[in-house]
Ligand binder design. Sequence first.
Ligand code: PMP
Length: 429
Amino acid sequence: MTPSRNHTLFDQARAVIPGGVNSPVRAFGKVGGTPPFIESASGATLRDADGREYLDFVGSWGPMLLGHAHPAVIGAVVEAAQRGTSFGAPTEREVGLARRVVEMVPSIEKVRFVNSGTEATMSALRVARAATGRSGMLKYRGGYHGHADAFLVEAGSGAATLGVPDSPGVTPGTAADTRTAEYNDLDDTRRLLDDGRVACVFVEPVAGNMGCVPPAPGFLEGLRELCDATGTLLVFDEVMTGFRVAPGGAQERFGVRPDLTTLGKIVGGGLPVGAFGGRTDLMDLVAPAGPVYQAGTLSGNPLASAAGNAALAFIAEHPELYTHLEALGGQLDDGIARIRGTHGYPLTWNRVGSMASLFLTEGPVTDWPSASAGEAERFTRFFHGMLAEGIYLAPSPYEAWFLSLAHTESHMDRLLTALERTLATVFGA
Ligand code: PMP
């Protein structure tokens, strides 16, 4: 038998990279086993170093709304690369990308580009603190806003998966400025905003980092009112939902306007881009227009701007994309309802547009306590069962599944068939 190349690469990686990966959940630490090392991807398919193919529902954790190696994006990147990969000087492309973001995202009047979602959130927080003169920040249990210190308090995503929601290395002083409320709980939020010391509420308008948890009806509207009443800024972290749940993100879908918005993932078309934006008066606090310092050698990078421009142009010109995604999502809704009805498994399926999660619990799943109620061992069997079926899901229950333009009806059938077979073994039928 030929030795697994995935295995060899993982051994080599662990010798020179902490845990063998450059972002923790990729290591399969909680579910065990060797992660596939990806050699190439096209459309909805990933191919690993052993030549095995998978139907992908991770989509690089969100950016790949158009599918892998979309010709419009690849063409733009290749064309840009031939003209130089970084200038550290302004370019027409980044102006184009900024104009697209301003046109598409309802509350953004000005935007600054950075290189990751983490940079976007930490910069938006700085602006909110500067604008209000307050130090506090409120986030939600199980919410993830990147790995800047202020946000690593009761954090979701990989921090929750690895059991380090409050990471060592975050100083008690920093942690003390972060308050945490229960998602979808306006009373809890009100109580924490009462003393007028909170600069901003950071919220994923559709939570995606404790698995997918939609906002309860009235939750986002209620946050807007509470923030207005207490002089607190409302920040929508749309790193995941931006351009995904609607062309203008969750703020378009739910009709609530935040003061500041953070973006990442899709805005870079699969290259490293993040952004923060909002009202002109707030964004003009950012240097050099104002005194709030924020900078980046590679920010507005020509390749990244080209990829982002191509992706957003495609999205703006193909609104039918969202109809396609909704139809695929509906197919999954029906299929999963049928599986649950036929077999009586405890399953909760949460979906908003093309982001979704299947919780292996009775539900409903509306917040962190209900999202984290499932048994880890059950998830591990589920995950490996699906992987054996050639279905690539995130190796954690605290992540969303993503659909893309490259997915088809027959891919959904494949997913549902694999689900029915795997759930039978998980629930011991
Ligand atoms: N905010 C949200 C809502 C996210 O989902 C993520 C990443 N999954 C981040 C911020 C951080 O983005 P990045 O990983 O690009 O730093």
